[in-house]
Design a protein around this ligand. Structure first.
Ligand code: NAD
Ligand code: DAU
Length: 352
């Protein structure tokens, strides 16, 4: 038995493949285009593991997808591949349309053709799990209840609009063609291998480098944080027992204002690796221009997943964030390898 995982060299995809092979004997074919966000170092722990096969390629390449499906006959596809950074989608939406919409469409087409050729038994067992985000639901006021699966779609950035489009395509392939799909909509992840363009790893990296810790606007925007390994365990659970055609929200009930997250990171670093001058890393916080169209608040209601599939996160924000800071302190080589060349160009474009 085999599963096909796309976007496997990115932050969540890599954590998923590592955790999958730590928990299962079942082999993984992993497909990734290795964009700036894809990093084979994330999968280094699998070198020499015969259960893992890495293929460099694009989810928009129909021929490659067909070949992979026919050759490896996976019993499931888990689609993580995407352009994932909201700020980059504001600077240049084109790649988001190509990968998140056209790429998802090509995957669905390849999966549909493959599914149609499977035996009745294999076709009934096959699953296409599409990994999506809470951002498709738009922004909440401070007092509105958290997003349930019934919340209407109101995406506000090119990124979230492209993810919303892919969710709709996935839904349509189930209703129209009977493709056995599952969709998950998760809140903000954090943890090992998080690319340092996103808030948490960026703040850890900049703090240690003596650079400003950039807060957009007033820092009161709220995100709902989930430790990445809890996201991975939820996806495994949905793949195992999720009802075909259903969507599942994934979140850890950890709403935090950005400024509070940054304060927490500074406080942990003050303890774990104090500045040489003895001052707090909070000294490095700077407030700057806001993100255009910045969503004010996300919050996930994960009751359905908890009630129907018995999933619960293993980490609290307090335990997960400590593990995360420790991981970055212990893996400075990983950070240094990716914060060169192209990364520097991005940082100077975004924060000048
Ligand atoms: P990431 O940017 O770290 O990784 C994305 C991976 O996809 C990279 O390895 C990249 O090389 C690969 N990729 C990009 N375009 C590709 C293409 N055309 N073909 C094949 N591979 C391609 O993203 P992430 O944070 O790991 O997110 C993974 C998925 O989870 C995305 O679909 C994202 O929308 C979703 N998600 C992310 C979060 C989060 O907080 N990071 C939360 C909820 C949902
Ligand atoms: O909600 C799930 C989403 O979470 C995923 O779908 C996305 O793929 C993922 O990137 C993430 O999106 P966000 O935009 O919420 O994450 P980011 O880390 O970019 O920003 C988190 C918050 O911090 C957001 O309110 C913007 C703010 N921020 C971010 C950066 C990079 C700052 O204040 N300063 C910064 O420099």
């Amino acid at each position: 038995m085999t599963i096909l995982v796309t976007g496997s060299a990115g932050f969540i995809g890599a954590n998923f493949v590592l955790d999958w092979l730590a928990n299962h004997e079942e082999a993984v074919i992993s497909l990734d285009k290795l964009t700036y966000a894809g990093n084979l170092e994330n999968l280094k722990g699998l070198d020499g593991d015969s259960r893992h096969t890495f293929v460099k390629g694009d989810i928009g390449d129909s021929e490659l997808l067909t070949e992979l499906l026919e050759t490896y006959q996976p019993r499931a596809v888990v689609n993580f591949a995407a352009e994932s950074h909201v700020d980059r989608s504001i600077h240049g939406p084109e790649d988001f349309i190509q990968t998140n919409i056209v790429g998802a469409f090509r995957m669905l087409e390849a999966a549909r053709a493959y599914h149609a050729r499977l035996s009745a038994q294999a076709a009934a067992a096959f699953r296409f799990l599409h990994v999506s985000t809470d951002e498709v639901y738009g922004s909440l006021s401070p007092t509105e209840p958290a997003f349930t699966e019934q919340h209407q779609y109101e995406p506000n950035s090119p990124y979230s609009a492209s993810k919303a489009a892919s969710d709709h395509l996935v839904r349509a392939y189930h209703h129209t063609y009977g493709l056995p799909v599952l969709t998950t909509n998760c809140s903000n992840n954090y943890g090992p291998y998080h690319f340092p363009e996103k808030l948490i790893p960026l703040v850890i990296h900049n703090a240690l480098a003596g650079k400003p810790l950039p807060i957009y606007g007033d820092g009161q925007q709220v995100r709902d944080w989930l430790y990445v390994k809890d996201h991975c365990s939820a996806i495994r659970r949905v793949l195992e027992d999720g009802i075909v055609g259903e969507t599942y929200n994934i979140g850890g009930w950890n709403e935090k204002a950005n400024i509070d997250v940054v304060h927490t990171l500074c406080d942990i670093l003050d303890h774990e690796q104090p500045r040489v001058d003895g001052l707090s890393y909070r000294q490095q916080i700077t407030f700057g221009k806001d993100r255009p169209g910045h969503d004010r608040r996300y919050a996930i209601d994960a009751t359905k997943l908890e009630r129907e599939l018995g999933w619960k996160p293993a980490e609290t924000f307090e335990s997960g964030i400590r593990k995360t800071v420790r991981w970055y302190l212990d893996n400075q080589g990983w950070v240094n390898n990716i914060t060169s060349g192209a990364y520097r160009d991005w940082v100077s474009r975004q924060y000048q």
